[in-house]
Design a binder for this molecule. Structure first.
Ligand SMILES: NC(=O)c1ccc[n+]([C@@H]2O[C@H](COP(=O)([O-])OP(=O)(O)OC[C@H]3O[C@@H](n4cnc5c(N)ncnc54)[C@H](O)[C@@H]3O)[C@@H](O)[C@H]2O)c1
Length: 397
């Protein structure tokens, strides 16, 4: 059967799906972004990004104008594409339980659109065993579709460079699925790494867990140094200067966002909740805002002060507030301080934010909540707490 589209991305207007769709289209493929989010799909169809991603707006406009990318909410488009890439969200719930059914459910929802000869690529970060689960779904449907698992490893904000630069992990149970997946991702990069599906599922979770644990180590070392009355950044400079074995020791900061904690907890759940290092990392990273406020409360009578938080996104130069620890800091301060004001030039989803000038005017104390570059040079005439070290004035609190 012939297909008039090369790729349809299911979840194609999300933070991962949209850059991927844009990248494929920019490399000359005929692509569709299929999503259940009406607002996001309408924006994309009109050539507008629903969220910030550096470099993406120009390319999106270009591929829409060239007729190589379409976006919509009609699942029928799935039947027209040779390759279906599923990259829907896979969050853990409020009790940190993963939902192994998130991806199979998205596949079930498009079951009526599957056609013989298609390649179904799972791209979400999944609970180990989900690829096999989807293979069973496809088998039960009785439609001759190859299944591959090729995890996304970009960092938000770098998607449009990393999609072309990072090696792509590709996996499939049989030669046909593997070869087809490799061919698809070779459109983006000439470096692929082949694994078995279960190896690839763990590889993705190990990647994010490794990062999460590294940040936890840095944060714990930061707290140790700080409790001892020393500046972690000065020590880190000593550790890392021309010393390759420790060159990747991170600075302190909030390890937050939609992926790192979530994926560490997926791995913990997979290992029967027996993941001492993962859970310890969670306690350190999630505990950092509490530690900060505790330290501040020793120095200041917070009950009489207004505290300003500069930066609410989960990381620098981002508009994404998902699982941002700046919001946890805000919740703690609202309980302890007389007032809390928050500002972020990138975030558009929070009507309670105030302009930075107003925050600086009305606050007695300022905490950097996200290390946006602009804060490094900003004139601030109030005490500043900067655990990230963006201002270069020390990180002690
Ligand atoms: N955000 C990152 O930096 C990042 C990096 C690598 C991997 N991942 C993984 O990629 C996956 C997606 O993450 P994200 O940040 O893009 O999430 P997201 O919420 O930004 O995007 C998911 C999109 O899927 C859509 N969707 C949900 N169910 C659907 C369905 N049944 N049919 C069609 N569309 C549907 C949503 O409307 C949304 O637009 C997750 O598994 C995540 O762990 C994320």
């Amino acid at each position: 059967m012939g297909f008039d589209l090369d790729v349809v991305v299911v979840g194609g207007c999300g933070h991962v799906g949209l850059p991927l769709a844009i990248a494929f289209a920019d490399r000359g493929l005929q692509v569709a972004s299929y999503d259940i989010d009406l607002r996001a799909a309408a924006k994309v169809a009109s050539g507008e990004m629903p969220f910030d991603e550096p470099g993406a707006p120009e390319v999106l406009r270009r591929v829409i104008a060239a007729g190589r990318l379409q976006a919509g909410t009609d699942a029928a488009v799935v039947s027209r594409a040779e390759n279906i890439v599923v990259v829907v969200g896979t969050p853990v719930d409020e009790h940190l339980n993963p939902d192994p059914q998130a991806v199979p459910a998205a596949v079930e929802a498009i079951a009526g659109e599957l056609r013989p000869g298609q390649l179904l690529v799972l791209r979400s970060t999944v609970y180990p065993g989900v690829t096999a689960l989807v293979e069973h779904v496809v088998e039960r449907l009785g439609v001759a579709v190859d299944v591959a698992f090729c995890p996304e490893r970009i960092a938000e904000g770098k998607a449009l460079t990393e999609l072309f630069e990072l090696p792509q992990i590709v996996s499939g149970r049989n030669e046909a699925a593997l070869t087809r997946a490799r061919k698809l991702f070779e459109v983006l990069t000439n470096e692929t790494v082949e694994l078995l599906p279960e190896e690839a599922e763990l590889a993705k979770l190990f990647t994010n867990t490794y990062r999460y644990l590294k940040f936890a180590l840095a944060n714990q070392l930061y707290m140790m140094a700080n409790d001892f009355g020393l500046d972690y950044e000065r020590i880190r400079r000593g550790v890392t200067h021309n010393y390759p074995r420790a060159a990747d020791l991170p600075g302190a900061g909030f390890a937050a966002g939609p992926c790192l904690l979530k994926d560490t907890m997926q791995l913990a759940a997979f290992n029967n909740n027996n993941f001492v290092l993962g859970h310890a990392a969670m306690m350190v990273n999630e505990g950092l805002p509490l530690y900060l406020v505790d330290r501040l409360a020793r120095r200041y009578d917070l009950s009489r002060m207004t505290v300003g938080i500069l930066g609410m996104a989960f990381k620098a130069e981002s508009d994404d507030t998902r699982s941002s620890l700046a919001y946890k800091l805000k919740r703690i301060l609202r309980f302890k301080a007389a007032g809390v004001l928050c500002a972020d030039p990138y975030v558009k989803s929070d009507g309670s934010l105030v302009p930075a000038e107003e925050l600086l005017e009305r606050s007695d104390l300022v905490v950097i909540g996200a290390p946006h570059r602009r804060y490094s040079e900003m004139t601030i005439e109030k005490p500043v707490v900067d655990i990230w070290g963006v201002r270069g004035d020390g990180v002690m609190v």
